[in-house]
Design a protein around this ligand. Structure first.
Ligand SMILES: Cc1cc2nc3c(=O)[nH]c(=O)nc-3n(C[C@H](O)[C@H](O)[C@H](O)COP(=O)(O)OP(=O)(O)OC[C@H]3O[C@@H](n4cnc5c(N)ncnc54)[C@H](O)[C@@H]3O)c2cc1C
Ligand SMILES: NC(=O)c1ccc[n+]([C@@H]2O[C@H](COP(=O)([O-])OP(=O)(O)OC[C@H]3O[C@@H](n4cnc5c(N)ncnc54)[C@H](O)[C@@H]3O)[C@@H](O)[C@H]2O)c1
Length: 448
């Protein structure tokens, strides 16, 4: 049995995050990775997705070029070349991360790990024992138990398929469906989104979501809520999706049907029982320090945590907390307030803090500033199709408790709000700040 202080299962954002404090403290650390170092975000998530989103942005700019008196013929997207560009941009990430881990003194072992004891794992023929074992194995698409589920593809396939389909159905109306749906729609694909719940994009402010929905429908995306998918069948070389909506049976044909119904912790193959790790259907029971309740030598971080946001910076942050808890003893807790998040639709929807509904549910006395910024000079200058904001301010303290934007460079501006919220800068102080002009940032003064 090889002995280490720390063994990390998974070499994604979360696993990498653990290595910082543990190696700085001189602990011996092994990282076991089944596929590519970097995990989902740089290889199959954020980064390759953003390359496609950037291309869709270019198409959006071209669509709006007429506003600037620029005449452009109908643009033509070479999808195969775009996928090639995407792969090219991310190609050397795993090898660069391998270099980083070597520099940091982390032993990387490739293979699929599983527990063989409370403090031991097996990978291939090797057995490793450690004082602490970290589950940082990420997430995987939720399986959909519907007839024809074998026809489903995932975001991994969308990001790798060099053939542009004619029509695509996304099952689930969450972030992945909207981001990839906007890219496809810009590329001329017929896009349908089928969401089981009455609301789309749960967790975002409902009024902001309504703006995104409007813009998505303007692009030609067909959206159905309360849609219950019954089956997927192959028919004449295409796929036919049957779903019920308000008691009415509906059909939609497509070349691809993508499972975007959420992602669950990827822990099925870990033999959690052998590790004495209590869980409910893969939801590992953890304390405030991200430790397994049944085996305190085991920590969980990143997407493998079932009840924290599945975001790449959150995975890195939680990995950092776990690393510090291992070094300092279990003292550190994560704080998920004021973490900015964006939907990279085109235009993007950005958000930090509480939605209006959540602020009211908490009984906060708030003033809500909603701005349709369509008529504002900066919006008109750039010919934006949507420019909208909602800023939620607590009445007695003037503290900003939530900010939500669609368009207007919101995915960048949201960080100014996040910074203000984190450091207690009030709405008035933010409004009184002198901003460079003319910029989108300067509009913050008039948003509240
Ligand atoms: C299409 C898509 C787009 C996304 N876009 C964004 C975005 O724009 N912004 C954002 O913040 N987040 C985004 N996310 C979410 C983000 O990618 C994840 O939150 C983040 O990557 C999670 O990091 P992690 O380290 O927890 O897991 P992962 O990065 O998934 O890493 C887990 C690693 O564990 C390995 N592993 C699994 N099982 C084993 C085993 N038994 N033994 C050894 N290794 C194992 C896997 O191979 C993987 O490399 C996106 C996700 C997807 C799917
Ligand atoms: N920009 C970003 O930060 C970004 C981008 C992509 C992914 N991610 C992360 O990846 C995670 C997974 O993304 P996702 O879009 O798969 O999940 P999601 O949780 O955002 O959305 C899933 C949606 O599918 C619906 N659904 C579930 N079962 C269904 C069914 N049988 N039929 C129809 N609808 C069904 C849910 O009600 C939900 O609205 C997200 O939680 C997100 O945090 C983040």
């Amino acid at each position: 049995m090889e002995k280490y202080d720390v063994v990390i299962l998974g070499g994604g954002n979360a696993g990498m995050g653990v290595t910082v404090a543990t190696r700085a403290a001189g602990l011996s650390v092994a990282m076991i990775e089944a596929r590519d170092l970097g995990g989902t975000c740089p290889n199959r998530g954020c980064t390759p997705k953003k390359v496609l989103v950037a291309a869709a942005h270019a198409l959006d700019e071209i669509e709006r070029a007429g506003n600037h008196a620029v005449k452009i013929d109908t643009p033509k997207l070479d999808w195969r070349a775009l996928i090639g560009r995407e792969k090219d941009i991310i190609r050397d990430i795993p090898s660069r991360l391998s270099g980083l881990m070597a520099e940091r003194g982390v032993d990387v072992i490739y293979g699929e790990a599983a527990f063989i004891g409370s403090n031991a794992v097996r990978v291939g023929t090797r057995e490793l024992e450690a004082r602490n074992i970290i589950i940082a194995t990420g997430s995987k698409p939720r399986s959909l138990p519907i007839p024809g589920a074998e026809h489903l593809t995932t975001s991994d396939d969308v990001l790798s398929d060099p053939v542009l389909p004619r029509a695509v159905v996304f099952i689930g109306g969450g972030v992945i469906a909207f981001e990839l749906g906007h890219v496809y729609a810009r590329a001329g694909v017929d896009v349908t989104i089928l969401e089981a719940l009455p609301q789309l994009l749960a967790g975002f402010d409902e009024d902001a979501v309504a703006q995104v929905r409007g813009e998505s429908e303007r692009l030609g995306i067909s959206i159905h809520t309360r849609a219950w998918v019954k089956k997927i069948e192959e028919s004449d070389g295409r796929l036919r999706v049957s779903f019920a909506r308000d008691g009415v049976e509906c059909l939609v044909d497509a070349d691809r049907v993508v499972n975007c119904a959420g992602r669950v912790a990827n822990v099925e193959g870990l033999d959690l029982g052998a590790g004495v790790i209590v869980h409910r259907e893969g939801r590992i029971e953890i304390d405030d320090h991200l430790r397994s309740r049944s085996n305190p030598d085991v920590y969980v971080c990143g997407d493998a945590v079932w009840n924290s946001p599945q975001l790449s910076p959150v995975a890195t942050y939680e990995g950092g907390i776990v690393g510090r808890n291992i070094v300092d003893g279990p003292k550190h807790r994560s704080d998920y307030a004021n973490i900015p998040a964006s939907l990279y639709s085109i235009p993007a929807m950005a958000s930090v803090g509480l939605t209006e509904t959540k602020a009211r549910e908490r009984g906060l006395s708030v003033r809500v500033h909603v701005n349709d910024m369509q008529g504002w000079l900066s919006t008109r200058t750039y010919g934006e199709t949507v420019a909208w904001s909602k800023i939620i301010v607590e009445e007695p303290t003037d503290r900003i408790v939530g900010a939500h934007m669609v368009g207007h460079a919101g995915e960048e501006l949201i960080h100014i709000f996040a910074l203000a919220m984190r450091h207690g800068i009030t709405a008035r102080e933010l409004s009184e700040t002198v901003y460079g002009f003319p910029t989108f940032s300067a509009d913050i003064r008039n948003m509240m």
